[in-house]
Design a protein around this ligand. Structure first.
Ligand code: CP
Length: 312
């Protein structure tokens, strides 16, 4: 991050170079190894607010823990009981909290484009981080996935084959992962899904596309599984959970077709018996809880970076 101006938002990974992404991952690893006493005053006096218009466990709690571990004050807006229910707009809500002294907002929103509009409405010294927006971006998930992959497979992504499987068409995680993988030089990216859940061919033209999961798994170094969003079944995009698991569920037999030391990742929450079998989710190749653990470290790094604190 040397010589890079302090940004005010992290809404997407699109504006980050491979070097900037790698620097953020390095910073996250350093912060993770610091003693609590060496961390807890780094952002003291700053305030973070989490504002989630969609449910979350991992992202919401890990941002709160990351901020507290760096000494920040943390407030959480319960959207269900806030004055939004009385008709206050999203932007008036955030500006009201900013007037109380919030320095950083972490916001999850269902609508693509909502966060850029919110950022524009905030005072220039207030930061905004996406905690997942529509189907377009989930930047800190992309970063923590890259850190987990790097810890499992080393820094040279050019020799890796990564297979991303599931509802790629509607996945903000897949879009952030794909951007980061390409920026970090990943050599071979495979996209696998039923035809109704594959993205448009012109969205990721450099990736190989598969409808047959058994073929997409062969020799892969990393298997990124995505959550099947159950509303896709009511939309008729998937015939049934049983069909989906039969054709696209990762079980031990399929995992045996991947590289012998393949790592299995999933952003969570997992649907056991839908996109992943228990034997794989709880098995030795799964890095799902490493992803969760890395989420706290990556979010500490992002908070320091946006607030212009700490060594690059
Ligand atoms: N991966 C992820 O975003 O999980 P949560 O919805 O629990 O935050």
């Amino acid at each position: 991050m040397h010589g890079v101006p302090k940004p005010r938002t992290l809404l997407t990974l699109d504006s980050l170079s491979g070097e900037q992404i790698a620097d953020l991952l390095d910073r996250a690893e350093r912060l993770a190894t610091l003693a609590p006493s060496a961390r807890r005053e780094r952002l003291i006096g700053r305030t973070l607010a989490t504002v989630f218009f969609e449910p979350s466990t991992r992202t919401r709690i890990s941002f709160q823990l990351a901020a507290r571990r760096l000494g920040m004050d943390v407030v959480d807006l319960d959207v269900g009981t806030a004055s939004i229910s009385k008709g206050e707009t999203d932007s008036d809500t955030l500006r009201t909290l900013a007037a109380m002294g919030v320095d950083v907002f972490v916001v999850r929103h269902r609508r693509d484009g909502a966060l850029a509009a919110l950022a524009d409405s905030l005072p220039p010294d207030v930061a905004l981080i996406s905690a997942g927006e529509g189907r377009s971006q989930h930047p800190t998930q992309g970063l923590l996935d890259m850190l987990t992959l790097r810890q499992a497979k080393g820094r040279d992504f050019s020799r890796l084959t990564v297979t991303i499987t599931g509802d790629i068409r509607h996945s903000r995680v897949a879009r952030s992962d794909l951007h980061a993988l390409r920026r970090l030089g990943c050599g071979n990216i495979r996209l696998c899904a039923p035809p109704t859940l594959l993205p448009d061919p012109d969205e990721f033209p450099e990736c190989q596309r598969f409808e047959d999961f058994d073929s997409a798994v062969v020799g892969a170094d990393a298997l990124f599984m995505l959550r099947l969003q159950r509303e896709r079944m009511t939309e008729g995009l998937v015939p049934s959970v049983e069909h989906y698991f039969r054709d696209y569920g990762l079980n031990a037999v399929r995992l045996a077709r991947a590289a012998p030391d393949a790592v299995v990742m999933h952003p969570g929450p997992i649907n056991r018996g839908v996109e992943i079998a228990d034997e794989v989710a709880d098995g030795p190749r799964a890095a799902i809880l490493d992803q969760v653990r890395n989420g706290v470290a990556v979010r500490m790094a992002v908070l320091e970076w946006l607030l212009g604190v700490g060594a690059g």
